[in-house]
Structure formats: structure tokens, C-alpha cells
Design a binder for this molecule. Structure first.
Ligand code: AMP
Ligand code: GLY
Length: 420
């Protein structure tokens, strides 16, 4: 089978790494890919959001199967466009990807189907939003409605901070059209856990639980990032909580999307908060998370290509999905200054000395002499296994030791701060 993975980050490297182990995947392509992915797949220089260009290339090169990994092309309808061109594609269609692309859609869905989440109201008028904040008081959470690279959320400790966030979104257009509608939510408390699940429109099969670390610096300080590291499974996710999540959140969400005429096929990402009143949804994503995917797929024992096919065929209930014992940890090595401004093009050294881990590339490219150069904020994700979480974390840090480049930055407490 000729298989194309759309995207070019650490998540896509992990997907390619796992697919390359499937005997059914005989030719692997990735667009646009990166220098690490190029070890496993043929990289194709097409941007992940170029729907027409991607479909044309997939058709001309007779792809049998396309995996659309990032949020933007899913929200743009790349899966629909592939299907219209007669190409089998993995990922939700546009009308289901909206569960991530519009927070007001997902909040309304949860309200309608009694899926536990923070109380909220949606606003398109600035003054009404400011009045609501005055009436509710702080702490309170302000969210831009649309996709904002995970950065459109302000957890405000004061009324002034919340109002400032509304003004930036609605007056200053900080997130463009994504911020012209805002959702204002009750502030929940409790540990956060992420559960990614495979879904086939009818059935939902959760993967192991996981946790990422969104803040840039140790101790959960500094600006929000795409994720500075992740591990799986989460010690906070007990069998009792897992059962409640399945009954109260996962199955109801899949059934709600089906009832709305938007069957969800693909990976559904549940961002959860384990509140004193039980597990509640913080957010949905319509895709694999990055970097959660790296430790998760590192622990997956089954054939990922078989699972992707079962999601499309509606046969997940007959599919065996097995996980390795123990835990895995992905330590992100980032460019100094990320997520604000950072240099690109620095030479990465020490990669060949890494032992006992797999290094997923997030933002790398080849220099003229074949050296690996940095080309993004998040550059590498050093991923290791262990019998326990502590062992997996120690193994990831030990494996990362030889790697360096100018101004490299990373957190020293990945896997150690699972309760804020
Ligand atoms: P989101 O992009 O919706 O996942 O939000 C980013 C982060 O903001 C989450 O991981 C939480 O830490 C925090 N957050 C979002 N919504 C709430 C809420 N209603 N209460 C408390 N924290 C929240
Ligand atoms: N790591 C969070 C996300 O992928 O959205």
C-alpha cells in the first residue's frame, strides 16, 4: 500500500515510525515531513494546508491511503476532498472536525447531550462579555472560539485580566477571526489528564491516558506552548475514573456526533479535568495530540495501519488494540526563546550518540552538507520507555544528554509535575 501522512512535526514522525512497522505499508510518504521523517518516508514539499495541491499529488502518485494529522487541514475539509477524489483517508470530515475548530460548537454539543464540562456562555458582543465577567467574578476563563494554536485561552485570576483578554480578542483582533466570538467559562480545578481515543463513528476505543506539559518553563511557569513534553499512562487516571469517563464522556460524545449527523471517524482527543465533582471536558481536539502521540505510539503494540482501517470501516469493536506494559516519556528539546521569538538554522550535534530512546523530529531540516539543522520552536522529542513512569522519565533525560545546539531549551521536570 502507498500511504501518505500529511503534516511535518513530532506527531507525524511518530505516526510514520509506527506505520513503517506495518507489513501492509510498502511505500510511505509524508508532506511536508522533516529531516527526521526523511529517514522513514519520502518527504514531499507540499504545505499541510494546501488541500488542492495535496489531493492533486495524492491522485497523480496513486496513493492508496492518506492520513491527515494536523488540525488546520482537517478543519479545511482535506479528508472530504480526498474522499471526493476516490482516495481512502483517515481523519474526521470537516463537519466532525468542527468539534475542535469551534469551541462554541463543542460547548453547545456538551450542553445538549449532558456531557460534563465547565458552565459557559458564548459572546459576539464585547460589552455583553465584559458585563458577564463583572457578574461572575474571578477566577474565570476566556477562550477564542476558533483555532489559535492552543494559545487562545486565558485562565484569568482577576476580573481585570479577564476583561483584558476579551478586549485583545474582540477589539485588537489578536487571534483574527478566531477571536471574534469568545466563550467565557467557569474555572474548574483538579488534575488534568488527556485521553486520545480511536473512533469509527459508532464505537470508541480509548488509548492509554497521557499528560502533556503546556507551559514553557519548569514548575508550570512561563507562556503556553504547543507542549514541552508528555508521558503515558497518567497515574491520576484510575480504573474507576476510566469507567466514568467511558460512560459519561467518551461514548456520549461519539453518540452525540452521530445523532447530529456528524459521525466522528478518526482520533478524538479528550482534554479532561478531574474535578471534585468528577471528570469534566476541558476541550476536544479532532486529532492526535502533539507531543502526547509520541509516548502513546511508542507504547502501542498493535498495527496502527489496521486500526486506521477499522476506524474507516466501522469495525473498531472487532479490532484488537494492545499496549506494552510500563510507561513512556517524551522530552521536547526546543529552540531558545520558544514560544516567542527564536533562531532557526542552528546545527544539532550528538544525535548519533543517543542510546535507549527514539528521537522524533519536530522541527528539523537538512543543511547543505547533510547536517541536521533546527527549523522550528519545538525541534526534537526524545522518547523512552521504562517499567515505571519514573524510569521512563530518567531514561528520556539520560538519552537526551549528548544532544545540543546553540541556545537549546528544555524543561527539567517533565513527568514530575502531574498535579498543578
Ligand atoms: P484548552 O486550549 O481549552 O485546552 O485550554 C488550555 C488550558 O487552559 C487547559 O489545559 C487548562 O489548563 C486551562 N483551562 C481551560 N479551560 C479551563 C477551565 N474551564 N477551568 C480551568 N482551566 C481551564
Ligand atoms: N498537546 C496538545 C495538543 O496537541 O493540542
Amino acid at each position: 500500500m502507498k500511504v501518505l501522512v500529511v503534516g511535518g512535526g513530532g506527531r507525524e514522525h511518530a505516526i510514520c515510525w509506527k506505520l513503517a512497522q506495518s507489513p501492509k505499508v510498502t511505500e510511505l510518504y509524508c508532506a511536508p515531513g522533516n529531516a527526521g521523517i526523511a529517514q522513514l518516508a519520502t518527504c514531499v514539499p507540499i504545505g499541510a494546508t494546501d488541500v488542492a495541491g495535496m489531493v492533486a499529488w495524492a491522485r497523480e502518485n496513486a496513493m492508496d491511503f492518506v492520513i491527515v494529522a494536523p488540525d488546520d487541514p482537517l478543519a479545511l475539509g482535506m479528508v472530504d476532498a480526498m474522499e471526493e477524489a476516490g482516495i481512502r483517508a483517515f481523519g474526521p470530515r470537516k463537519n466532525a472536525a468542527i468539534i475542535e475548530a469551534s469551541k462554541s460548537f463543542s460547548k453547545d454539543l456538551m450542553a445538549k447531550y449532558h456531557i460534563p464540562t465547565a458552565k459557559y456562555q458564548t459572546f459576539t458582543e464585547e460589552q455583553a462579555a465584559l458585563d458577564y465577567i463583572d457578574a461572575q467574578g474571578a477566577p474565570i476563563v476566556v477562550k477564542a472560539d476558533g483555532l489559535a494554536l492552543g494559545k487562545g485561552v486565558t485562565v484569568a485570576a482577576t476580573v481585570d485580566e479577564a476583561k483584558q483578554a476579551v478586549r485583545e480578542m474582540m477589539e485588537d483582533g489578536k487571534f483574527g477571526a478566531s477571536g471574534s466570538t469568545v466563550v467565557i467559562e467557569e474555572c474548574m480545578t483538579g488534575p488534568e489528564v488527556t485521553v486520545l481515543a480511536f473512533a469509527d463513528g459508532e464505537h470508541v476505543v480509548p488509548m492509554l491516558s497521557s499528560q502533556d506539559h503546556k507551559r514553557a518553563f519548569d514548575g508550570n511557569r512561563g507562556p503556553n506552548t504547543g507542549g514541552m513534553g508528555a508521558f503515558a499512562p497518567s497515574p491520576n487516571y484510575t480504573p474507576d475514573i476510566a469507567r466514568r469517563c467511558m460512560e459519561e464522556i467518551f461514548q456520549p460524545t461519539i453518540q452525540a456526533m452521530k445523532a447530529e449527523g456528524r459521525p466522528f471517524k478518526g482520533v478524538l482527543y479528550f482534554g479532561l479535568m478531574l474535578t471534585p465533582d468528577g471528570p469534566k471536558v476541558v476541550e476536544y481536539n479532532a486529532r492526535f495530540g502533539d507531543p502526547e502521540t509520541q509516548p502513546l505510539l511508542y507504547l502501542l503494540d498493535s498495527d496502527l495501519f489496521d486500526i486506521f482501517n477499522a476506524c474507516i470501516d466501522g469495525t473498531l469493536d472487532q479490532t484488537d488494540i494492545r499496549w506494552k506494559d510500563g510507561a513512556a516519556c517524551c522530552l521536547v528539546l526546543a529552540s531558545g526563546g520558544y514560544p516567542l521569538s527564536y533562531e532557526k538554522g542552528n546545527v544539532i550535534s550528538g544525535l548519533e550518540q543517543v542510546e535507549g530512546a527514539y528521537v522524533f523530529h519536530a522541527g528539523t531540516k537538512f543543511g547543505p552538507d547533510g547536517a541536521y539543522l533546527t527549523s522550528g520552536g519545538r525541534v526534537l522529542g526524545v522518547t523512552a520507555r521504562g517499567d515505571t513512569l519514573q524510569e521512563a522519565v530518567a531514561n528520556a533525560y539520560a538519552a537526551a544528554k549528548p544532544i545540543t545546539w546553540k541556545d537549546m531549551q528544555y524543561r527539567t521536570d517533565i513527568g514530575k509535575v502531574w498535579v498543578d
